[in-house]
Design a protein around this ligand. Structure first.
Ligand code: HH2
Length: 265
């Protein structure tokens, strides 16, 4: 799955009422499953299913509610042959999703749940370890303070990767966490110096899709209208060594990546 010839496109399906860009659109399981299947038809290799919004200021969701949202969608997509990644900070949700056939865990907290590492080791699945300064979307923007944001991100990821390895978890993808406890300038700095994250020697995933800093730079207010800025940010990330992109607009990314690949050949 990670031996793809080109960048891997991860399509996003949020089964939440409040995600910043697609909240409420796929709150029913069948709609979410159909959408995930459509993303694969458009060229996504993986579909990332999430049941909790982690946008800045979002309210936390209990694991029981998160499970109720994501499990039917994970099971439905797996039964249709889709490779599913479960976007969760909670070991309990990860365990159940893996039990229902999810193949990857995407943990935006960077393995802060004390049980997450054991769950990953038990199931021997790849994990996305993402940087965020604190495991609390409600307050993370207050922690957007760094001497050198890229150095902080790299140090955090290096420590988390070592922590994972010490528990037998070695199939790791790292993610600098665009928009997580970072200002617009921080996000730009991370993208410009992504090579420093790449130098950890692991695949790097970037998720800039429709995020606030894209709107701030382009002057586009509505998240759903931020495709052009998103594409430019993602192609820049590929230029700097990213190998996976987490995206809403799969068809457009597939087209853009084809052009990028032709130019970089
Ligand atoms: N961003 C979001 C959620 N999960 N996972 C990874 N690995 N990298 C990211 O950048 C990332 C992520 C946040 O955005 P989204 O799912 O689009 O919205 P919300 O959190 O409001 O559901």
């Amino acid at each position: 799955m990670l031996e793809s010839a080109g960048p891997i496109i991860v399509g996003v399906v949020n089964v939440t009422p409040d995600s910043f860009s697609d909240g409420g659109r796929f709150a029913d399981a069948l709609g979410a499953i159909e959408h995930g299947v459509r993303l694969v038809e458009q060229g996504a290799q993986i579909v990332d299913v999430g049941g909790e919004s982690t946008r800045p200021g979002a309210a936390a969701v209990g694991p029981a509610e998160e499970l109720g949202r994501v499990l039917p969608v994970v099971a439905g997509l797996v039964s249709r042959g889709v490779i599913v990644s479960i976007d969760t900070r909670h070991a309990e949700v990860a365990r159940a999703a893996l039990g229902s056939g999810a193949a990857i865990v995407n943990d935006v907290s960077g393995l802060r749940d004390p049980v997450m590492r054991d769950v990953l080791a038990e199931h021997d699945v790849p994990v996305v370890i993402m940087h965020t300064p604190v495991d609390n979307p409600a307050t993370m923007q207050r922690h957007a303070q760094y001497d050198d944001v890229v150095q902080s991100v790299v140090e955090f990821l290096r420590e988390r990767v070592a922590f994972a390895a010490a528990g037998g978890v070695t199939r790791v993808i790292v993610d600098p966490g665009i928009g997580f406890g970072k200002t617009t300038d921080h996000n730009l700095e991370v993208l410009r110096r992504l090579e420093e994250v790449v130098s950890l020697g692991l695949p790097v995933l970037v998720g800039a899709s429709r995020k606030r800093f894209v709107g701030e730079i382009t002057g586009v207010d509505a998240p759903g209208a931020r495709l052009v800025g998103t594409l430019v940010a993602h192609l820049a990330a590929l230029d700097h060594g990213a190998s996976m992109l987490r995206v809403y607009d799969v068809a457009e990314h597939v087209e853009a990546v084809r052009m990028w690949q032709a130019l970089s050949a």
